[in-house]
Design a binder for this molecule. Structure first.
Ligand code: GDP
Ligand code: IMO
Ligand code: MG
Length: 446
């Protein structure tokens, strides 16, 4: 038995849902621990493509308990739309559980997200405009509305009577927007509450019980380590803690129940929204990765920025998350490249200093230029490879290079979007930890 955190090791969209879906075959419980409907998670299985925003990817299987933990921010309208869409597709959501203490995205959060972005002008974050930042901001200010509040009309009205006039001052004075009406919001949200109340419970207690019964629990991250509020490229981050530490806080479990942490990384790199991206490829090379990898955001439909694999950020992600293995996804996207680059260190374009690890002063990040190692491409299709030995030699060498650079084992290689387009070297839920066969070559910070 193993309880495993699946965490995005880059800027989000690494293929976490594909990996979660794959591992979920051996799991009993799948928990989302942070974020909200800013996430866009794609699972391709049983001849179907599913796109999830709030619902854990384990829902594709029958009889897996799927939990939205206390660390989430939930837009009930978006949740109900997602549930309706699932039902139409024949997926059963009766095993969905929603934490009573998760926070609720209200209409004023959505309006504020858009208004704040607009007012930032050139310094915008490039958010998904799903109200994520404002909902977490109210949570931290202890003015948030929780799922349990929706279930109690009196409490909800009292909270709205306090909050809405305050938001209206902002709308009127700062943003020149129409005011909102307490009673309209109350009516709308009490309606949502009627539909979601059957799913609401103490999810932390449920997980604790599952741990006692030695069940396998998967923690499905949203976003990625470099979008983490504390550890990402602040301020170009999301407002939650996607990194592995966030799983314990966001799910309401202690760290001692976690057995493994698997980081999900693309074999190259993408980012949606603004913020630093040292290995970004602009022009034709970036377009080629974007087109081959079909790199378009699931939630917003924005084209993703694309670039080469960045081992400096990879090592940082290993450190921040305590990764003990990696799922390397979208290897097939590199199938036709003559040469593939991997950034092994940064050079400070002002001081000339070489960095093997991320410089600790965030503002210097913009000065970093990547130093690349170039390797030969394999120029063969990999999508039907089922084991390491099926992969072309150069592809295996590329995987080894990633392992060497990050000093972490690759446990899963994904070679296509489908569940079965996967090379499982060892299943983190069942297999033993694999020890790197090659000596690590990476020295510490220079
Ligand atoms: P997530 O947010 O981390 O779950 O990732 P997304 O679903 O936003 O984006 C990953 C995209 O890549 C989806 O369209 C997946 O279907 C697709 N995908 C995942 N793994 C692979 C792979 O190995 N190869 C290819 N070609 N596509 C993949
Ligand atoms: P998944 O779970 C990629 C990005 C946004 C923006 C920043 C802040 O599919 O990997 P927010 O709406 O959270 O306030 O936006 O974070 N972002 C994501 N990028 N994948 C995601 O989720 C993302 N969720 C948010 O583009 O740059
Ligand atoms: Mg995504």
């Amino acid at each position: 038995m193993a309880n495993v955190i699946v965490v995005g090791a880059q800027f989000g969209d690494e293929g976490k849902a594909k990996v979660t879906d794959l591992l979920a075959r051996n799991a009993d419980v799948v928990v989302r621990y942070q974020g909200g409907c800013n996430a866009g998670h794609t699972v391709v299985a049983n001849g179907q493509t599913y796109k999830f925003h709030l619902i854990p990817s384990g829902i594709v299987y029958e009889k897996k308990t799927c939990i939205l933990g206390p660390g989430l921010v939930i837009d009930p309208k978006a949740l109900l739309e997602e549930l309706d869409a699932l039902k139409e597709r024949g997926l059963d959501a009766s095993n969905l559980k929603i934490s009573a203490t998760a926070h609720v995205t209200m209409p004023y959060h959505l309006t504020l997200d858009a208004a704040e972005e607009e007012s930032r002008g050139e310094n915008k974050i490039g958010t998904t405009k799903r109200g994520i930042g404002p909902t977490y901001a109210d949570k931290c200010a202890r003015s948030g509305i929780r799922i349990e509040d929706l279930l109690n009309e009196e409490v909800l009205k009292e909270k709205l009577d306090f909050m809405v006039p305050r938001k209206n001052v902002l709308f009127d004075r700062l943003y020149n927007l129409d005011e909102m009406d307490v009673n309209e919001i109350l009516k709308e949200y009490l309606g949502y509450a009627q539909r979601i109340k059957k799913y609401v419970c103490d999810t932390s207690a449920l997980i604790f019980e599952a741990v006692g019964e030695k069940k396998n629990i998967l923690f499905e991250g949203a976003q990625g380590t470099l979008l983490d509020l504390d550890h990402g490229t602040y301020p170009y981050v999301t407002s939650s803690s996607p990194s592995a530490g966030g799983a314990c806080v966001g799910a309401g479990v202690g760290p001692t129940i976690i057995d493994r942490v698997i980081g999900v990384s693309k074999a190259y790199m993408t980012r949606v929204g603004e913020g630093p991206f040292p290995t970004e490829l602009v022009g034709a090379a970036g377009d080629r990765l974007r087109e081959t990898g079909a790199e378009v955001g699931v939630t917003t439909g924005r084209p993703r920025r694309c670039g080469w694999f960045d081992a400096v950020l990879g090592r940082y992600s290993v450190r921040i998350n305590g990764l003990d293995c990696l799922a390397l996804t979208k290897l097939d996207v590199l199938d036709d490249f003559d040469e593939i680059k991997i950034c092994t260190e940064y050079k400070d374009s002002v001081t000339g200093k070489i960095y093997k690890d991320l410089p600790s002063i965030g503002s210097t990040f913009q000065q970093m230029t990547p130093v690349y190692k170039t390797v030969k491409g394999w120029k063969k299709p990999t999508t039907n490879c089922k084991s390491l030995k099926d992969l072309p030699k150069e592809a295996r060498e590329y995987i080894e290079l990633v392992e060497e650079q990050l000093e972490v084992q690759v446990a899963i290689v994904s070679v296509g979007p489908n569940r079965d387009h996967t090379v499982v070297i060892e299943d983190p839920i069942h297999g033993p930890k694999r020890v790197l066969t090659k000596p690590a070559t990476v020295s510490s910070s220079s």
